[in-house]
Design a protein around this ligand. Sequence first.
Ligand code: HEC
Ligand code: HEC
Ligand code: HEC
Ligand code: HEC
Length: 200
Amino acid sequence: MMSKSFLIIFAVLFVFASPTLFAENAFVGAKKCKSCHKKKKQGEQFKIWSKSNHAKAFKSLSKPKAKKLAQTVGVTGDPQKAKACLVCHTPAKYDSKGKIRPAKMFGKKFKMKDGVQCENCHNAGKKYWKKKVMKKITKEGGARKSATAKKVGLNAPDKKTCQHCHAAEVKIGGVVYKNPSFKDFDFEKRLKEIAHPVPN
Ligand code: HEC
Ligand code: HEC
Ligand code: HEC
Ligand code: HEC
């Protein structure tokens, strides 16, 4: 009897808790991060990112070169519409199982054309973008150490984060997608190319 009522309680909790969890874990978009991460004294992360090729990762799929690269991995048609390219070039579009995320997972400022954005490295921001949370995380020693960061899902990206895309291929939902331009990936060197620290 005891275990049965536990099961019922658990089932009820699950039904009520899961849609909320799902709804809360949403992408707010780089423009939302911009409102605070644009000032020089804060390290102008938005400007650095918007000038980088990560911000152009969707746009560059329209270049003639993209079509040629696509053919080398057997992808025909428009690369800007090919899942085989978008999984790395506009990655927020798909969840970890390779399914298209529903519109409610994205805030008004989120734009698919922004390519590889802040939240593709730092994780979906709906639970951490507010100033109070961000300051608390910094007070607790930064994203790597902070318990709050873990709770709200702010990721301190490392080599593994990069190698999801900077690799010869990625497996999503059991399907392998080949990276047609991959040669190698020197983490330390490439990290310097995209550095956007908060100045001391
Ligand atoms: C596994 C992830 C991944 C997949 C899948 C992928 N790419 Fe890329 N792509 C990358 C990464 C990472 C870079 C950056 C390479 C670098 O700077 O080291 C890149 C760079 C590029 C570039 C710019 C670099 C250049 O050589 O000019 C183009 C164009 C490109 N990819 C096209 C495509 C096309 C077309 C597809 C689909 C057929 C595709 N990519 C699929 C990860 C991927
Ligand atoms: C390609 C991945 C990637 C993207 C895109 C990216 N970041 Fe980062 N971010 C990193 C890495 C890696 C670090 C360094 C983590 C470390 O050294 O602990 C970092 C660190 C930071 C830091 C902390 C710096 C410090 O000194 O502690 C801030 C703030 C930040 N990112 C904000 C942003 C914002 C805002 C955007 C979008 C405008 C963005 N990031 C886009 C990978 C990324
Ligand atoms: C309302 C203002 C605000 C917004 C919006 C905001 N941040 Fe922050 N963020 C801050 C402040 C303040 C800090 C503390 C460091 C500083 O002074 O720059 C911080 C720190 C960070 C850090 C460093 C944490 C550490 O390790 O110390 C990262 C990473 C970060 N923000 C990423 C983002 C991303 C990604 C977004 C968008 C999804 C975002 N922030 C949106 C205000 C904001
Ligand atoms: C979600 C996929 C993804 C992740 C995660 C990712 N990258 Fe990239 N990166 C790309 C793609 C795609 C490009 C090529 C964009 C283009 O030219 O179309 C790229 C380009 C770059 C470039 C060239 C930038 C420039 O402006 O020339 C550097 C450097 C780089 N990535 C470093 C990193 C580092 C370091 C990390 C981890 C902290 C990382 N990337 C994480 C997909 C990713």
